[in-house]
Design a protein around this ligand. Structure first.
Ligand code: NAP
Length: 300
């Protein structure tokens, strides 16, 4: 079997195109959606992610503001910056790029973001809404994975989804989204992690396998069921003197071998990554719509 390559770049472009109509609608009523991204320090990978998010916003006509803060910033000062953005009516979405330097408590900073502006979907209020299945801001990568599945005809309903990874960023939320009693979900979900005994026994059962470990090429063909759908979330930079940038991006899945066994597979890059950015834009627009609606209701 030769797998269908799930083209995240193309699907993300479709999503952005659909989103542009909603942005035009907001602009007609005098609102330009605004996204603020806080970057602490100068980690090259984080800088590159933040640039990508800013570029995507600008291309869509979303107002984008990047706030660069020094590595040495105190927690109090970082929280003050979040407070300014919470109070700024031009900003509808705020995200703090992770990872933060170790002297800063990421949870404390996230808790300070107004949940209505929490476009990363990491605030406990939004996490709670996701768990109980109430509409709210969903985390971008897990939501992007659900969209990838649905838009390629791989509805997870009734399927066995095996997630490898239990982070708050990817593993746990993607499991929570796909297990919901809701259209586009209804999966039976298994979550695996580094203490799972006999990982391959579980991954072999997957109709849909989601790898979110950060371990390059860890998932080999013998760990995948014939005809499975494989979503590779992992992104690791590997040095490559032949590459223009001096490195290349590698996923958690042994793409060459697994693509000969799977029914469909996401490449790295060009799979989940572009979807993460697209879903962040969706959240920014949803947040702007919600805040506009709330302000209009207050005025009436
Ligand atoms: P993380 O917080 O480091 O979590 C990794 C998870 O993988 C942990 O739950 C860990 O288990 C599990 N794991 C590690 N080694 C394992 C093993 N040998 N067997 C089974 N499970 C194992 O990472 P993350 O933030 O979830 O990110 C995962 C990957 O996705 C990274 O490469 C990251 O760069 C990438 N990512 C990509 C996007 C995108 O848009 N494409 C977005 C977010 C993340 P324990 O919990 O037991 O330690």
């Amino acid at each position: 079997m030769v797998a269908q390559i799930i083209d995240g770049t193309r699907i993300a472009a479709q999503i952005r195109e659909q989103l542009s109509f909603r942005i035009s609608g907001l602009k007609v009523s005098g609102v330009t959606p605004g996204l603020a991204v806080i970057l602490v320090g100068n980690d090259p990978a984080s800088e590159s992610y933040v640039r990508g998010k800013g570029r995507a916003a600008e291309e869509l006509g979303i107002y984008s503001r990047q706030i660069n803060l020094p590595e040495t910033i105190s927690e109090d000062e970082l929280i003050r910056q979040v407070d300014y953005l919470n109070a700024d009516p031009k900003i509808h979405g705020i995200l703090v790029q992770s990872p933060l330097p170790s002297h800063l408590d990421e949870n404390k900073v996230i808790l300070r973001i107004d949940p209505a502006k929490d476009v990363d979907g990491f605030h406990p209020m939004n996490v709670g809404k996701m768990l109980i299945g109430v509409p709210g801001l969903l985390p971008a990568t897990p939501h992007g994975i659900q969209e990838l599945l649905l838009r390629t005809g791989n509805d997870p309903g009734g399927k066995h989804v095996v997630v490898v990874g239990r982070s708050n960023l990817v593993g746990k939320p993607v499991a929570a989204i796909l297990v919901q009693k809701a259209k586009g979900a209804n999966a039976t979900v298994t979550i695996c992690h580094s203490r799972t005994a006999d990982l391959a026994k579980h991954t072999m059962q997957a109709d849909i396998l989601i790898a979110a470990m950060g371990k390059p090429r860890f998932i080999t063909a013998d760990m995948v069921k014939e005809g499975a759908v494989v979503i590779d979330v992992g992104v690791t930079r590997e040095e490559d003197p032949l590459a223009k940038k001096g490195y290349r991006l590698v996923g958690d899945v042994d793409f060459e071998a697994v693509s000969r066994k799977a029914k469909a597979i996401t490449p790295v890059p060009g799979g989940v990554g572009p979807m993460t950015v697209a879903m962040l834009m969706v959240n920014t627009v949803s947040a702007a719509e919600e805040q506009t609606h709330r302000n209009q209701s207050k005025r009436v």
